[in-house]
Structure formats: structure tokens, C-alpha cells
Design a protein around this ligand. Structure first.
Ligand SMILES: Nc1ncnc2c1ncn2[C@@H]1O[C@H](COP(=O)(O)OP(=O)(O)O)[C@@H](O)[C@H]1O
Ligand SMILES: [Mg+2]
Length: 257
């Protein structure tokens, strides 16, 4: 399990065209926490994840992973600790076989081929697609591609897993498989999603973003039951928390994340 704290202090980001996407965000995420980042389209979720990963650097404020400040210089270290699964698996898979895609990171770090093979095998087994190792990534289904993209990050053995809308474009079975898979990981998880039922299943804590600012940060059940807050942020209570149309009862499940 990770012992790294991810800390963001007074973060601001202005896109080159002048658009202010992040306007003063601060939070701390402790090791082993599972945190959902939710908000309407355009709220700033993907921008925030890119800042955490150092894909873009802040206009003001700072991001720290453990004791390391995210800068151009520290990026290789940050990338070893933090792995990001992009929203679109096609942005992550570019080799001719699934095996080579999952081996890409470890090979890049010049690990011995024996160690690379061990890591690839482990990562593919973890996401349940070892049988697809010789297939071409672009020929896989949406769910299989997502699993391959996750494996390509897991093979780097990150302490922090960052995921942008991981359940988007998945059919219900692949989505459930993904939730079960992510629930098994002991990594720190930071997940953006519109799928609030998934956030409910996976994340004990939720941060709500509105117009590049934090609108709320707290225990997921509390946040997701606050219909007024969700409505003001362009969101809707997840189905699991909406009253049954017949009996009016609510289906509150036990939180596992
Ligand atoms: N490359 C860019 N240049 C200018 N503005 C951008 C760019 N990418 C995103 N934005 C804007 O920044 C805001 C936040 O975008 P984003 O982080 O993608 O939101 P979310 O992931 O919550 O939907 C939006 O208003 C979006 O239009
Ligand atoms: Mg986004």
C-alpha cells in the first residue's frame, strides 16, 4: 500500500487561450484512500488529474506527491509512483500487441526482461486478460481495451492509481467487473466519474468540483445524499440512493471503498 500523501495547495490553471479551468483548489489525499472527483462537464476534473500527474504544470500553487513537488524535473519520479488511466484507452495503447503495451513502461525503466515478463503476467492476470496478451489492442472490445490500459499502468506498480472516467463506454458486465477489480486494489485511488453509482461503490470520499473550485469534500454517502448540492453542481443523486418508486425506500449498500 502507498504511503504517499498527495497534496494540492491553492492550485490554479489557466489554459493558453486564457480559459481559467482551475481556480484555487486545495486538498490532501492520504495513502490508501479512494477518492471520487465528480462534477458536471467542463467543471475541471480532467484538468485537475493532468495537474496531479504533471502532464500540465500549475499556473499558480503546487502539487506534491509524498515529499516530491511536481515539476518538469521530478516527472520521472512522479510517474513511478502515480499511474494514470486515461479516459480513452486508445490514448494509452499504441503497440502491436497487448503484451508489448503492458511491457512498455517496465521496459522504459530498463528493467531486466525477466522482471518485465513477471510484471506483465501479473498485471494481465490481475485484470483478467492474460489470454489476450498476443492480441492487437485496437481489435479488442471496449471493456477489454480498458482492462489492457489498466494493466499497462499496473505493470509499473504505482502507489497511486489515477483514473479519468474509467466506466465510460463500458457495458454493464464490464462495468461491474471493473468495479470489482478496482475494489481489490489497495492502491490510493483517485477517480473522476459521471457514474455516481460507481463512485458510491468505490470511493469512501468524494470531492465535488464546480467551475474549477471545490464545492464540497467529504464522506461519499453524505455528498451523494445531498440532492441540493448535486443539483447546484449539475449532478443527480445516484440510482442506488434514489427512493424506490413503489415503496419510497432507499437502497443503501455497504461501502467497500
Ligand atoms: N486545451 C484547452 N484549452 C482551453 N480550454 C480548455 C482546454 N481543455 C479544457 N478546457 C476547458 O477547461 C474547462 C475544464 O475542462 P475539463 O478539465 O476537461 O473538464 P471536465 O473533465 O470536468 O469535463 C472546460 O471549460 C473546458 O472547456
Ligand atoms: Mg473530463
Amino acid at each position: 500500500m502507498s504511503h504517499h500523501i498527495t497534496e494540492v495547495k491553492d492550485l490554479h490553471y489557466v489554459y493558453p487561450d486564457g480559459h481559467k479551468a482551475i481556480n484555487g483548489i486545495s486538498f490532501r489525499i492520504h495513502h490508501g484512500e479512494s477518492v471520487g472527483i465528480i462534477g458536471a462537464n467542463g467543471a475541471g476534473k480532467s484538468t485537475l488529474l493532468m495537474l496531479l500527474m504533471g502532464v500540465i504544470l500549475p499556473s499558480q500553487g503546487e502539487v506534491r506527491v509524498g515529499d516530491i513537488l511536481v515539476t518538469k524535473k521530478t516527472l520521472p519520479l512522479i510517474r513511478q509512483r502515480m499511474g494514470m488511466v486515461f479516459q480513452n484507452p486508445d490514448d494509452q495503447l499504441f503497440m502491436t500487441t497487448v503484451y508489448d503495451d503492458v511491457a512498455f513502461g517496465p521496459r522504459n525503466y530498463k528493467l531486466a526482461e525477466e522482471e518485465v515478463e513477471k510484471r506483465v503476467q501479473q498485471a494481465l492476470e490481475m485484470v483478467g486478460i492474460l489470454h489476450l496478451k498476443d492480441r492487437a489492442p485496437f481489435k479488442l472490445s471496449g471493456g477489454e481495451k480498458r482492462a489492457a490500459a489498466i494493466a499497462s499502468v499496473l505493470s509499473m506498480q504505482p502507489d497511486i492509481l489515477v483514473m479519468d472516467e474509467p466506466s465510460s463506454a463500458l457495458d454493464p458486465k464490464s462495468r461491474r467487473r471493473l468495479i470489482n477489480l478496482l475494489n481489490k486494489f489497495e492502491h490510493t485511488k483517485i477517480i473522476t466519474s459521471h457514474d455516481l453509482d460507481m463512485v458510491y461503490d468505490l470511493c469512501a470520499r468524494t470531492i465535488v468540483i464546480k467551475n474549477g473550485e471545490i464545492a464540497a469534500d467529504g464522506p461519499t454517502p453524505e455528498i451523494l445524499m445531498n440532492a441540493g448540492l448535486l443539483d447546484a453542481c449539475g449532478l443527480e443523486m445516484p440510482l442506488a440512493m434514489q427512493g424506490c418508486p413503489v415503496c419510497g425506500g432507499k437502497k443503501i449498500r455497504k461501502l467497500t471503498g
